[in-house]
Design a protein around this ligand. Structure first.
Ligand code: HEC
Ligand code: HEC
Length: 299
């Protein structure tokens, strides 16, 4: 597999690598005076410095030439075995990716015994176990904190994992599914169907669902719009749907914000949010411990 988008660069690199070695060999050949056995001709260049320092033209030492030749041969051998000539993969089939995978596998084998104790334990028991909690926290800090925060309380567009409000459900199986496969929270944009004025009415109604200040005169048209366009995902009372990742709109927890302007933006432009799946990064045992740790934050 090549990372180059054009075959030209592969050839370019191969030519430079081989050309460099060929040039070295040519240089050594051009300085081959030492091959002439026993003849130690020392030419005098005729340059004289400071009256009595004469400049000689000694041939390159033999050991130096042999060492250099040896290096050229090692380089050629390396280029045959390992990738170094553009897209040529090398006889050994070595790739940095494969090496990383092998190291990861070896590492996972090594840490297996640590996780064995938790294999058959139910999630709530793991969540209560001191050692498991420490491992879970370390895993979280290394793999999740960059998005969800080191206290797991999230931020704008990143859900808080320590409360009891869940986009995708807070049962252990649901959390495990979220971590393993990832989630794609998608709300389609409505600007083709909904005019800004109507979106503004709906936003007032949405704010009323969670008891926020709103314009009472716009609740009736707002509710009409909500019932037409929004209930399919957010439910008749705006309580959300964990099968679709549609948030509960009737609580005071907001992924994007509760201002009328933000809600209007959500309605017109839609939202697209991804939680990356971890199954290629973490082992099932690690995901189990993380699940328990996350579950334990709110239980
Ligand atoms: C690149 C950023 C990113 C990383 C890294 C990340 N997450 Fe997430 N996570 C998100 C986003 C964004 C969402 C919300 C998805 C949505 O809007 O539907 C999410 C959602 C979740 C949810 C569902 C919350 C709910 O309310 O249902 C859980 C649980 C979760 N993440 C746990 C984790 C764990 C555990 C890790 C570490 C292994 C992790 N996440 C790593 C971005 C991330
Ligand atoms: C196809 C399903 C679907 C429909 C229909 C839909 N939504 Fe959503 N909505 C979602 C999803 C999924 C999210 C979460 C997006 C994310 O995870 O980033 C969301 C997010 C939101 C948010 C952000 C909530 C927060 O916590 O910040 C608001 C507000 C919202 N929707 C209002 C509406 C309104 C009003 C309508 C009707 C005009 C509507 N939605 C129609 C699926 C839907």
């Amino acid at each position: 597999m090549s990372d180059f988008f054009s075959g030209f660069w592969s050839i370019y690199i191969a030519v430079i690598s081989l050309g460099g070695i060929a040039w070295c060999i040519y240089l050594l050949f051009s300085q081959r005076a030492w091959l002439k056995k026993d003849v130690e001709i020392v030419e005098n260049t005729g340059h004289v410095w400071d009256g009595d320092l004469t400049e000689l033209n000694n041939p390159v030492p033999r050991w130096w030439t042999v060492m250099y030749l040896g290096l050229c041969i090692v380089a050629l051998g390396y280029l045959v075995l390992y990738p170094g000539l553009g897209s040529y993969e090398g006889q050994l089939g070595f790739t940095a990716g494969k090496q990383l995978q092998q190291q990861q596998q070896a590492f996972n084998e090594r840490i297996k015994p640590v996780y064995e104790r938790f294999q058959a334990m139910p999630i709530p028991d793991i969540a209560a176990d001191q050692e498991a909690r420490e491992i879970g926290q370390r895993l979280f800090l290394n793999n999740c904190a960059q998005c969800h925060g080191s206290d797991a309380k999230g931020g704008r567009t990143f859900p808080n994992l320590t409360d009891t409000d869940w986009l995708w459900g807070g049962e252990p199986e649901q959390i495990m599914q979220t971590i393993t496969k990832g989630r794609h929270g998608m709300m389609p944009p409505w600007k083709a169907a909904i005019k800004p004025a109507q979106a503004s009415d709906i936003a007032q109604y949405v704010r009323s669902l969670s008891g926020l200040a709103h314009d009472p005169l716009r609740i009736v048209p707002g509710k009409r719009g909500f019932d037409t366009f929004c209930v399919a995902c957010h439910g008749a009372e705006g309580k959300g749907n964990t099968a679709l990742g549609a948030p509960n709109l009737s609580d005071d927890i907001w992924l994007y914000g509760s201002s009328a302007a933000t809600i209007i933006e959500t309605i017109l432009e839609g939202r697209d949010n991804r939680m990356p799946g971890q199954e290629h990064i973490l082992t099932p045992e690690q995901i189990r411990l993380l699940t328990a740790w996350v579950w334990g934050q709110s239980n």
